[in-house]
Design a protein around this ligand. Sequence first.
Ligand code: ADP
Ligand code: ZN
Ligand code: ZN
Length: 762
Amino acid sequence: MKEKLLPGRRSFSYFGIMNNRFADIIVDITHENLDRTFSYRIPDELAESVAVGDRVLIPFGKGNRQINGFVLEIRDTTTVDPSKIKDIISVTSDDALVEQKLIMLAYWMKSRYGSTMNRALSTVLPIKKNVKAAEKRDVVLALSDDEARKKLEEYTSKKTTVARARLLSELIKEHSIDYRLVTGKLNISPATIRALCEQKVIDVVNERVYRNTVSPSAPSAPVTLNGEQRVIADDIITQYKSGIRTTYLLHGITGSGKTEVYMELIDSVVALGRQVIVLIPEISLTYQTVMRFYKRFGDRVSTLHSRLSDGERYDQFERAKKHEIDIMIGPRSALFTPFDNIGLIVIDEEHEHTYKSDQMPRYHAREVAVKLAELHNASVVLGSATPSVESYSAAKSGKYKLYTLKERAKGATLPAVRVVDLRQELKEGNRSIFSRQLKEGIEQRLLQKEQVMLFLNRRGLSGSVSCRACGESVKCPHCDVTLSRHRNGILKCHYCGFEQSDVKQCSKCGSKLIGAMGTGTGTQAIEEQLRSMFPYASVLRMDADTTRQKGDYESILSTFANREADILVGTQMIVKGHDFPYVTLVGILAADMSLNANDYRAGERTFQLLVQAAGRAGRDERSGEVIIQTYRPENYAIQASVTQDYEAFYEEEIGYRKLLSYPPAGHMLAIMIESRIENEGMDYARALAETLGNGIIGPVSVIGPTTATIRKLKDIYRHMIYVKSRDEDLLTNIKDRAEAYCETNRKKDVRISFDLDPMNGY
Ligand code: ADP
Ligand code: ZN
Ligand code: ZN
C-alpha cells in the first residue's frame, strides 16, 4: 500500500486552490510494520489541524471499523483512486504520547539530514525481538565486612589471586554487583566466580529474588560540590524551576567534576518527576562511570551499549516506558529511549565524533537532542574540556548558555606539558621515534614504579607496501586504499577486511625492492621497540587489533589499572575518561599525524586529542608530565595544547573557519553518488550537479562532482558533490531538490546519500 510520490500526477484543483491533501497513516507503529502505511484524504475541515505525528481516527477495512493511527507524512498527491479514498474522521492528537513525539522527531531528522521516512523511523524505533533477554543475575558478598577484609588481605598477598582480590575489593565497597559487570568490566572469569561460590565467599543470586541491580546500600551519599560546581548547579536548577528551558555548555577542564554537576542536576530533575537521558561516548562507558551513576541513583538507572542484543535493548526500552527507570545512560541511540516526559538531556564529551551517525539519516546527536528537548520542553546540558567549535561558537553568540569550571576537583594541578621538535632530534642524529627526553622520562617513571601512557594516532604497522624502484603500491582489489602489512606478514585492508599473503616482487616493474614504508611508526612496532629498549618493563598495547574480542578492552584497562603493566601504548582509545592515579607521564609520539589529514577539522581534532591525552597525566596527588613530539611545533593547535588554552585555540580556529565558510561559519552538504560501474556513477553525478547548479536561488556554491578520497570501497565507486552555503535552509532546499531529481531519474545500481556538515572526510 505504500504509495510513491509520482510527479506529474497531481491531484485536481478547482478555482485554482489546491485543497486536496492526503496523509500516510500507520496503524501499528512498530519497527516491524513501517512498510504498512495507508493513504487517507484530509477533509477540508481538518486541513488546518492535521500534522505529522498526530494521532487520528480513521475508518478501517471493509467494515469501516474506527481505529487510531498516526500520521507519518502529508502529501498533495496520492496514487489511490480518488473515488475510493476515505477521509480521516478526526484528530485526537495528544502531545503526551511517546509515539507522537518519536514520529515528529523522525520527520524532523528525515527533513534535515536526508533519508526516507521509513529509515528515519526505523532509526528511532527499537527492533522488537522475541528472544528472551538473559536472566539478570547479581554477585553478592556472602561474608561479613570483617571476614571479607581478612580474605582480601590473603588474596592480595598472593600473585595468583589478583582477580579474586579485584572482585572482593569491589564487593566490599558495593556488596552486590551485576553479574555482567563482574565478568565484563571487572573481567572475572566464570570459573573464578564458581570457585568463590563454593568457598562461600560470594553468592550468585537471581534478579527476581533480588531486585536491586547494584547495591542494597545504594543510593549512597553524593560528594559535596565545591564552590565552582555549586554555583553552576544552583544556577541551572533555579532557572529550571522557574520554567526556563535552554541548552547549556559546561566547559570544564579534565577532572574538574563535570560528572558531579550532571548528577546534581539529574537529581533535581528526577525529583520533579521527569526523566533524564545521559549520552556518553561508548568508549568511556567504563565500569567506573557506570558505578558512579548506580551509586547515586540505584536501580532507577539503566544503561545501553553496543553489546546488548536487540532483545536486551528492547527490554530496557520497555522498562523506560513502564516508568521502572528514570535515567538512561548510553551512546547516541539512547536518545530514542521511549520516555514520555523528558526533563533533561546531558551530553558528556559533546565534541566526540561518535555522536554523529555514519548511517542515513546521518544525524548529529547534539542537534537531535536539542530538537527532542524542544518536543518535551526539556533542557540540554553539553559538557566537555574541549568543546566543539560549533558549540563554543553557539555559546559565544548567546544561543547556548556558557559555564566554566577552571579547577581540578581533587586539587590536582594540570600536568606540565613539553614539546619536543622531532626535526631537531633528527638533526642531532636521533633517528628513533623516541626523542631523548621521552626515553629519559620513561626510564625515570619505571624506576619510580609509576606508569606511562604512550599515544599514537594510528594503528597497525602503519606500513603500506610499495616498490622502491617504480613507486607502485599494493592496493586492495576491492577498495582504493593501500594494504598494510601486519607482523605476521599478512597484508590487510582496514576497510573491507581483505587479506592476502605478502608480495615479494613488484607486479608492475618486477623489482624485488619492495617493502613496507614507515614501519616503525605503528602501535605494534612501537610496542616492539619498547620491549627491546626496556626489557624489564611490562608493556600493554590497545588498538583496534588487540580489542576485537568481547571483553578485550576491559581486560587491558583493568590489567593496567591494577598496575600489572608499566606502559600502555595505544590509539585514541586510551585517551578517554579513565582515571589511572599512577600515570605520571603521557607521551604523544607524533602529534602531527592527525594534522595531515585533509579535512577542515584536522586542527580541532588534534587539539582535542592532545588536551584529552594530557588530561590522563597526574590525575591524583602525583603530579604529571606530558611530552608532545612533533615535526611542527609552531602549529597553532599544538601551541594551544601546550598551554591548554582553549580560548586561544578557538580564536585561531574560528578565524580560519570564517575565512573559508566552514562550519559553524557556513554549512556544507556532502552528496555521495555510489555505483558499481564507475562511468555510470560519474555521469549521474554530473547531471545531478548541473541540475542543482542551474536552479540555485541564493549564495550557494556547488563543487564537483569529483571522485571521493577513497574512490572505490567494497567494489563500489564513489563520487562526491559538495554544496556550501552560509544559509542552512538553502542547503535543505538543495537536498530536497536532489532527492526529487533522484526520484524522477531512478537508476537501478545508482545510490545517493547525504551528509550535512560531515565530520569524516570521504
Ligand atoms: P570530569 O567529568 O570533569 O572529568 P569528574 O566528575 O570525573 O570530572 O571528577 C573527577 C574526580 O574528582 C572524580 O573522581 C570525582 O569523584 C572527584 N570529584 C569531583 N567533584 C568533587 C567534589 N566536589 N568533591 C570531591 N570529589 C570530587
Ligand atoms: Zn615496481
Ligand atoms: Zn578493501
